[in-house]
Design a protein around this ligand. Structure first.
Ligand SMILES: CC(C)(COP(=O)(O)OP(=O)(O)OC[C@H]1O[C@@H](n2cnc3c(N)ncnc32)[C@H](O)[C@@H]1OP(=O)(O)O)[C@@H](O)C(=O)NCCC(=O)NCCS
Length: 379
């Protein structure tokens, strides 16, 4: 490989594929799904509509939306062996459990052996529906409670909160969670989506591609950051003097540690998703009568902006938003997967529809060629 093709570390700025799903302009802080600005979608849309948009590249008619909602509802109940498997897994990281459970789901899918575009679309709908049931049920079992059966009259967002808490969520909580799902649904060639597309390009099945994505999302540089943000806020402590937040973050920066929830490979301005999550964090905190996490987050945001010129990303205010919704930290990253399943499957379907094996090259930097092979006794 010549120096002209030397790769940028982390493939920064490398355009690796064409896609009609997500438009991202990191200079101006623009994010759009199939041409629809994220701010419009966050204000006016629902997660179900966004799923249809990502899968079909256009908004649904009323009839199409109703049809999709029915299919999502029909897929919600989990196969019984899945719940048994969930109960049998050792306690630990919920993303490990989710990875195993999504893999297991593939065995029970009605179209497991079928790879037609129609079958793959049905699998995309089922995966998107079932990942929510899985994560909510996982939350129940982690809390020592029993699973809750889905309620077919509830929206995807409301049903998730219901299956997690056994209580009908308020309209504010439902809308906040729905918006969080919309905001996380897709983000172009982020690491987990790229992993899913690489797997899909071998023409492996959709469940295998999604398992690759989930393993990738788990990392603290990607989806794992939202849980790390909440751990940081809790480490500072609700009862601490306000200045403690600055002291803790300054000490971390002095140790050259990264502050979770800040920085982004693509955005050089405010992440447009953070704009909504900041407001949701404030509104939900006020409603719950506990604004401490929002206020602490604001102080950290101001400090990191001054000290490092870094903006909060999608994970920063989603932490205090989920906390205000009563969601346990261990489920924060799985919830990212509940939303991103729509984007992952949209990208996998797009990859299948116009596929070529993804097989890049590496710049060789190892020992000079050729090396002489020395027999074992001569080394
Ligand atoms: C998102 C992220 C992985 C992007 O990484 P990247 O594009 O490879 O950028 P780098 O890690 O090379 O960072 C570039 C510089 O900014 C600094 N930086 C980036 N994110 C930082 C953070 N969260 N806290 C402190 N410094 C940070 C790096 O230390 C580096 O500084 P240097 O040039 O002095 O060494 C990175 O910002 C990060 O690790 N953030 C924290 C984890 C997180 O929130 N992930 C969720 C992403 S949505």
């Amino acid at each position: 490989m010549t120096t002209a093709t030397k790769p940028k570390a982390g493939l920064e700025d490398t355009v690796a594929t064409s896609s009609a799903i997500c438009y991202l302009d990191g200079e101006h802080g623009v994010l759009a799904y199939c041409g629809h600005d994220i701010h419009d979608l966050a204000r006016h849309s629902t997660f179900e509509e966004v799923c249809f948009l990502l899968w079909h590249r256009r908004l649904p008619t009323r009839a199409e939306l109703g049809d999709l909602q029915s299919q999502l509802v029909a897929a919600r109940p989990l196969p019984e062996p899945l719940v048994r498997l969930m109960r049998s897994l050792p306690p630990g990281n919920s993303m490990d459990a989710l990875r195993t459970l999504i893999s297991a789901l593939g065995h029970y899918d009605a179209d497991a052996a079928e790879q037609s575009p129609q079958a793959n679309y049905r699998k995309a709908i089922r995966l998107t529906s079932q990942v929510a049931s899985l994560v909510a049920t996982m939350g129940r079992l982690n809390a020592g409670a029993g699973p809750i059966q889905p309620d077919p009259v509830l929206s995807h967002a409301a049903n998730f909160l219901y299956m997690l808490t056994a209580e009908r969520p308020s309209s504010l909580a439902t809308r906040a969670f729905d918006v969080a799902l919309i905001l996380h649904a897709d983000h172009e060639l982020n690491a987990s989506t790229f992993a899913a597309r690489v797997a899909a390009a071998t023409l492996t099945d959709i469940h295998s591609a999604i398992v690759a994505a989930i393993g990738t999302l788990k990392g603290p540089l990607h989806g794992g950051a939202n849980a790390d943000v909440m751990r940081l806020l809790l480490e500072i402590g609700a009862g601490a003097a306000p200045e403690k937040a600055e002291d803790v973050v300054r000490a971390k920066l002095a140790r050259k540690e990264k502050i979770p929830g800040f920085g982004h490979r693509v955005y050089h301005t405010e992440d447009p998703r953070a704009t909504h999550l900041r407001q949701m964090s404030r509104d939900l905190g006020q409603r719950a009568g506990q604004t401490v996490w929002f206020e602490m987050s604001q102080r950290i945001e101001a400090l990191v902006k001054t000290e490092k010129k870094l903006n909060p990303n999608v994970d920063f205010y989603s932490a205090s938003t989920y906390h205000a919704l009563g969601i346990p930290i261990d489920l924060f990253t799985p919830i990212f997967a509940v939303s991103r399943m729509s984007g992952w499957t949209a990208h996998v379907l797009e990859q299948y529809a116009n596929n070529r094996l993804i097989r890049p090259r590496a710049e060789y930097v190892g020992p000079e060629y050729p090396q002489r092979y020395l027999p074992l006794e001569a080394r």
